[in-house]
Design a protein around this ligand. Sequence first.
Ligand code: F6P
Length: 354
Amino acid sequence: MSDIRRIGICTGGGDAPGLNAVIRAVVKSAILKYRWQVIGIPDGFDGLIWPEKSRPLTLKDVSGILPRGGTVLGTTNRGNPFHYCTIENGVEIARDISDEVIANSRQLGIDAVISIGGDGSQKIALELFQKGMKIVGVPKTIDNDLSATEVTFGFDTALVTATDAVDKIHTTAESHHRIMVVEVMGRDAGWIALEAGIAGGAHIILIPEIPFTIEKVCTHVALRERYGKHFTILVVAEGIRLPPELKENRRAGAVGNLVGNAIATHTHKDVRVSVLGHIQRGGSPTPFDRILATRFGVAAVDLIAEGGFGKMVCLHNTKIEAVNIADAIGQLKTVDPQGQLVNTARAIGICFGD
Ligand code: F6P
């Protein structure tokens, strides 16, 4: 029998569609299956600095949130209790306030915490676990770059948004005989660019994992022209490694603009750039993301009941399992340049600029 009576839940890092579905699943299964109370901690671990801001979450509180994007708990991608930054006399000071955070969670009567977040949030969760907090993790990122899980919720929704954008770009690109660049998210990994590029019928895909040159990109544009295709669509991940000639300009703005300008200079063709940005983080989660998020939420509650602290739920061979957070963090899952998906794209003539 578990001695858990009350659990806390927080969402940290960049938001992702499906966070509310996890919160709903946690609250429902904690209350209905285990008769526990649930405390909603606002804005990631920052919420434990001011315990008075935390509040109980009831079945009523989570009613209707399943299809909503964002997180009803709020989030931050700056809050780290081991390196908490404040400005004092105009100078930034970083302090370790983890003891305070742990003491505040005890004061709230929280027996265990569910931390929903990406790599950064799970690192914090691990450190708090090592200091004695009973904690379990739920992985999240639209970039789908966490190695411990086959897929994270939020990715599918972002993919639908990005693919829809590429579909829409198609007709205007063709009508105007233009080169159109669509910049998508993916700080370290090119999953959104690769999959939206394939699904949306892009002609060139640039991802962080495959170095490219503007020359090779323009050669492909010229090849298409020779075949009578006077428009070209590029999907570009925000995290691409720029070739040396573009590097100096990196601070000038979105990489999509840098790539677009360079192509315009080389080809003398009309180029337009669309930077999708945070649109990919919003919107109602797809059914796939709602279901995965719900499975993760229920599994995280079960993990607490089993005493599986210091672990994170994950998807493995279509089953929900648990891994040690210590083994899950710090290793990103990036696109394999020699992998099946890239080879499939190459086989249908998609160019990677290499
Ligand atoms: O980690 C997910 C992500 O969507 C990245 O692709 C992107 O670089 C980052 O978040 C942007 O986050 P923010 O604008 O919230 O700092």
